[in-house]
Structure formats: structure tokens, C-alpha cells
Write a protein that binds this ligand. Structure first.
Ligand code: F6R
Length: 614
């Protein structure tokens, strides 16, 4: 939700800001803007629409050279996406300029006070309140730092704010509460960003700014303090990917590239954690002792959206292998229903960004109740990792397309590792080696799945006018059906629902009529107690009503071809591990259908990648 970048240094501030915004655009893309200080003046350009609209404006009406600036790409909360509501917001007759990510909860109270003092507002945003308050304080104190501290202490809610003042053209001030902020430390230049993507092509040395901290960023260095103005220590980390990992690299979309990276995301997540004998080692568990694990009597997995579906797959794995009861709870529901959580509960929070506010709030709630928190996270330095007892990083690399694909594959993989680790720690080792060894084959099998898919474009073209698609799955195929439906909704704006196949007769079959497209994830026919026959019976019930079935089935399952319009085959694996393979055709199908409709698959309407507001 909103991308933020700040810079002080010898390079062209505008080039650095626009480069950073390009990499942060996945966070919000309904308007964008920049402010720089040049010859004692604050110069601002901002435009509704994607970043390209702003860059066109800057080409036709360039800004003067500057070595300090702030830039913003917006996902609207307060006020429509218009030029006027775009950030930065200036105040005090262009004295200061400010950008913001988050929601200021007490904005209307502050606005009333400022209006009573004669301040006039130009936008409908909560952000302008912070800008006007800062200018107002500065007009009284003439002390930028003091005024900024006072504003940070006055605001309630979630905010990262960055501000510049024309009286100090070497200083960017930033404050962080409940929204992400990272410092990039360069040679004779320094950066601020919502995440490291903002500056990774300039420096890999970074600091994750903690909760309720203020940054004073200058060309020569930075200082970090708390909201009381006391100095705090910073811990640096090295960004472990480079700028090329976050570029399209010849693909026509980030999504196409990221789906093609699913084998690598699975492989890299397994790397160094699983021996050739299938034995698992998770050094990340240092923050949780064996005694902690032995004391766990239940696990609550909490996450949102796609990450929650990865959690559903992890639930099957943990219960099957480690025999610990697991429930999966949407993070935004968890803390509002007075759940039973205590020191014997392990909360597993799954998040690609590690900044999803709903998930962070659920984790804080669980921590207050004494639970231990383990996170599965894809982003170094993320708030979620900072606030967990231990973190298993998924090594999917940067995911830029707004809808998650390769991070989902990596999250499922990390869930399997966790299940194996818990099983081993609890001495329930009967299936560990078998599952562990098979897990090692998955990167190759995901790659094979991609090769086996064949041409999806013709099918996408044929189905592009479809108004509704149903997805059915059973057992571990159920969360994959949900993921397939979510991806189709997000990317192609087609109504889609995922159901447990066994539920069909209990209601959803009423939706099945001639021409309805139903995608069915078919379980392996070779598994013990296979559900294959039952799902095939579902397919026949669907066919009997004139609907069209597209099946995802295991290689060698010739029977299913008799009943389906099209079958996408995946290599054989253990049924428990099949989601990593069966999701691949669904990701490709959703992407191709959206492309056939001429839609932007990387930045679907109304969405933002990192949902940092509740
Ligand atoms: C769907 C999607 C979202 C995210 C959800 C959680 O394609 O990307 O549903 O999975 O917003 O995001 P993270 O994993 O960053 O917490």
C-alpha cells in the first residue's frame, strides 16, 4: 500500500526517485509524485494514474537538478485517485513537502483544530493533515526536527512519513509506526524506501527501521532515534538479491517471469535445509528450543489471501507428519473472536511481504497471550520477521507482480519443511525420510510441469468471454482450488469460486448448467485410500448437466481424459506434495486468460501487493 522513496546524495535526485518508484510501483499505482529541493525551493510534480503518466509530465515539463527529494506511488485510502490527492503534499506556502504510507486515524480531529487556526486544506487526504500540522508547528518553532517529532507523536494509526524542508536541503526526516521503512546506506549518499527494492540498484547495505523510530537522513550519514528523541542502535543487513532479479529479463510481464521461476523458488527454499537422505535441518529454529516445541499442543496458522491457502496445505502436512492439531485462521478474523491462545500455542504466520498489517496485528495479539510465533516470510528485514521468535525465509526472490505466484510455491515448500522438522523434533519419524526425499525432486518436477503444459493461449482465447468459472478440489487439492479461483478473479476479473469437491452436492451444484466452466483438481489414482474415484464421480455429475470440465491430473491418469474437455497433466509425486505441481497450470491459465482479455497481469485493478493497512 503506497511506495515511498527518499534520497540525499550527489546523483540526480529525480533519477533515483523515479528508479525507486518504478520498482515500488507494485505497492500502489493509482497516482505518483515527487518533490525535490532546488536552489532553496521545493519543486513538486504529481499526477493521477500510473507512474508513466508522471514521467511523461516530467518529460514535457522537467524539474531543475536537485540532490535531495522524496517520491511516492499511491494506493488510495482517503480521497479518490486525483492529481490533488496524489502525494507529496506541500504546506506552509511550499515550506515543507511530505509523503505518507498508512492511515492516520485521528486526522479529522487534527484537521478541525488546524482549520480553526486558519489553515486551508487542498485535498481530501489524511496525509495533508500531517503536512499542514508539520508546517504549522515549524512556523511556531522554526525547528524542523522538533516539529517533526511533535507531529510523529501526535499522529495515531499506521504511518511512515517522509518530509523535506526548503530551509535544510540536506535532510530527509522519516517516522515509522506500523508501516514499513528501510534505510539504504550508500557511499556518500543515503536512501529511504518502503522496501529494499527502492534502492537495491545503488546499495545492498540496509537497515530495517523499527517500530516508532525516527530517521534523520543526510548525505553524510543517518541517525536513528525513538519518538522520545533518544538515540537507538541500528542493525545492518546485506540484501541478498540484485537489481536484475527484480527486472523482467526479456519476459513480457513480471508474472510470466515469476511463474517461470517457480522451480527455482522451490529449490532455493529447500537449499541447505534438506539432506540427500531426506533429513531436515532448520537452523532458523534457534529462536525456539526443543522444549518450546515439545510443549506445543496446537498450531494456529495465520495469514491472508494466497498465503492463507499455502497455510491450508501446511496444515495437511503438519497434521499428517507431526500429528499436532492445526487450524488455519485468516489473520483479520483471528483476533476479533477471542481465540484460545496460550503459551502452548505455536502461531505460524505466513507472509510474502512480511508487512501485511492484518497478519502483523494477529501476531502481536498472539504474542501478548504468550504464544510463540514462527513466521514464513519472503522479505529480509520485514517487520514480521523482527516480531517473530523464529523465521523460515522462503527464498523466492523479489516478487513484483501484484498477484502472488512463485512466493506461494515457496510458502508451500516451507510448510513441508516445517512439518518435517516438527515431526523429527517430536520423534515421529516414520514418514520423514520418504517425504523429505520426494521433496527434493520437486524443483525438477515443477520445471517438468511447466514444460508439459503446452499451449494455453488457444484455450484462454476460447474462454475469454466466460463470465464465471468454478474450481473444485479435495484434500490438498481444496486449497489449490481456492488459490486457482482467487488468481482468476484477481487477474481476469471473472467471477470464480473454489469449492471442496465433496461439497458440490450440498449446494454449489445448483450453479452448474450448460456451458459453465469447471476446473477440477483430480487426486492421484495410485494413492492409498485414493479420492480419485469420488472426484471422477463429481466430474460425471458436472458433465451430466452440460458443463465443461478442465482437469488437472497426474501423468498417466488416462481415465480422466474421457470426461474432460482439456487435461493438464503433472508429474507423479506423493499426494501430500502434489499442490506444488497442480497449482502451476492454474497460475498459467489465469495469466493467459487475463492477457487474452488485454488486461495488465502485473498490476490488476484496485489491488496493491503489500496491504499495510487493516
Ligand atoms: C493474491 C495475493 C494476496 C496476498 C495477501 C497476503 O495473489 O497476492 O492474496 O497473498 O495479500 O500478502 P502477504 O503474503 O504479503 O502477507
Amino acid at each position: 500500500m503506497c511506495g515511498i522513496v527518499g534520497y540525499v546524495g550527489p546523483k540526480s535526485a529525480l533519477d533515483v526517485l523515479l528508479g525507486g518508484l518504478r520498482r515500488l510501483e507494485y505497492r500502489g499505482y493509482d497516482s505518483a509524485g515527487v518533490s525535490v529541493i532546488s536552489e532553496g525551493e521545493i519543486l513538486t510534480r504529481k499526477k493521477a494514474g500510473k507512474l508513466s503518466v508522471l514521467t511523461e509530465e516530467l518529460e514535457s515539463s522537467p524539474l531543475s537538478e536537485a540532490s535531495i527529494g522524496i517520491g511516492h506511488t499511491r494506493w488510495a485510502t482517503h480521497g479518490a485517485p486525483t492529481d490533488g490527492n496524489a502525494h507529496p503534499h506541500t504546506a506552509g506556502d511550499q515550506q515543507i513537502s511530505l509523503i505518507h504510507n498508512g492511515i492516520i486515524e485521528n486526522f479529522s480531529e487534527i484537521k478541525k483544530e488546524l482549520e480553526a487556526a486558519g489553515v486551508e486544506f487542498e485535498s481530501e487526504t489524511d496525509t495533508e493533515v500531517a503536512a499542514q500540522l508539520l508546517a504549522y508547528e515549524y512556523s511556531k518553532t522554526n525547528d524542523f526536527e522538533k516539529s517533526f517529532l511533535s507531529v510523529a507523536n501526535r499522529l495515531q494509526g499506521a504511518f511512515t512519513i517522509l518530509a523535506i524542508n526548503r530551509d535544510d536541503p540536506d535532510l530527509v526526516l522519516a517516522a515509522r509506526r506500523n508501516s514499513p521503512l528501510v534505510i539504504g546506506i550508500g557511499e556518500g549518499e543515503n536512501f529511504l524506501g518502503s522496501d529494499v527494492a527502492a534502492f537495491v540498484d545503488h546499495t545492498k547495505k540496509a537497515i530495517s527501521v523499527g517500530q516508532d523510530q525516527i530517521v534523520k537522513l543526510r548525505q553524510s550519514g543517518f541517525e536513528l532515534m525513538n519518538f522520545a528523541g533518544e538515540e537507538v542502535q541500528a542493525e545492518t543487513f546485506e540484501v541478498n538479491w540484485d537489481a536484475s532479479a527484480a527486472s523482467k529479463g526479456g519476459w513480457d510481464s513480471f508474472m510470466a517471469k515469476e511463474i517461470s521461476e517457480e522451480p527455482q523458488a522451490v529449490g532455493d527454499t529447500l537449499m541447505g535445509r534438506l539432506g540427500a537422505d531426506g533429513d531436515v535441518e532448520l537452523t532458523e529454529f534457534a529462536g525456539l528450543s526443543i522444549a518450546d516445541i515439545a510443549g506445543i499442543n496446537r498450531i494456529i496458522i495465520t495469514a491472508c489471501g494466497t498465503a492463507a491457502y499455502a497455510g491450508e496445505v501446511a496444515k495437511y502436512a503438519i497434521e499428517q507428519l507431526a500429528r499436532i492439531p492445526v487450524s488455519v485462521e485468516l489473520a483479520h478474523e483471528l483476533r476479533y473472536r477471542d481465540p484460545v491462545i496460550d503459551e502452548n500455542t505455536l502461531v505460524v504466520a505466513i507472509s510474502q511481504s512480511g508487512e501485511t498489517m492484518d497478519t502483523l496485528m494477529a501476531v502481536r495479539y498472539a504474542t501478548e497471550r504468550g504464544a510463540k510465533v514462527l513466521s514464513i516470510c519472503n522479505t529480509q528485514g520485514a517487520t514480521l520477521a523482527r516480531e517473530s521468535n523464529a523465521t523460515i525465509y522462503t527464498h523466492a526472490g523479489p516478487e513484483v507482480a501484484v498477484a502472488s505466484t512463485k512466493a506461494f510455491s515457496a510458502q508451500i515448500t516451507a510448510g513441508y519443511l516445517l512439518a518435517l522438522f516438527l515431526a523429527k523434533a517430536l520423534g515421529k519419524t516414520d514418514q520423514v525420510a520418504k517425504v523429505g526425499k520426494e521433496l527434493l525432486t520437486l524443483p525438477r518436477k515443477v520445471k517438468k510441469t511447466l514444460e508439459m503444459i503446452g499451449d494455453v493461449k488457444a484455450l484462454a482465447e476460447e474462454l475469454k468471454s466466460t463470465e464465471s468459472v468454478l474450481f473444485l478440489g479435495r484434500n490438498v487439492g481444496f486449497p489449490i482450488a481456492m488459490e486457482g479461483a482467487l488468481k482468476l478473479k484477481e487477474l481476469s476479473y471473472i467471477h470464480a469460486e473454489g469449492f471442496a469437491a465433496g461439497e458440490l452436492k450440498h449446494g454449489p451444484i445448483a450453479l452448474v448448467e450448460a456451458g459453465q466452466v469447471v476446473i477440477v483438481i483430480v487426486p492421484s489414482p495410485s494413492a492409498e485410500e485414493s479420492l480419485h474415484a469420488k472426484v471422477l464421480a463429481n466430474i460425471q455429475e458436472i458433465n451430466a448437466r452440460g458443463a465443461e470440465v478442465i482437469a488437472i491430473a497426474e501423468s498417466g491418469d488416462v481415465e480422466v481424459a474421457n470426461y474432460a474437455k482439456r487435461v493438464f497433466y503433472t508429474p507423479k509425486t506423493l499426494p501430500l506434495l502434489s499442490p506444488v505441481l497442480s497449482v502451476v497450470p492454474l497460475h498459467i491459465f489465469s495469466m493467459e486468460l487475463a492477457k487474452a482479455k488485454g488486461l495488465d497481469v502485473d498490476q490488476p485493478r484496485n489491488l496493491a501487493k503489500s496491504v499495510t493497512v487493516e
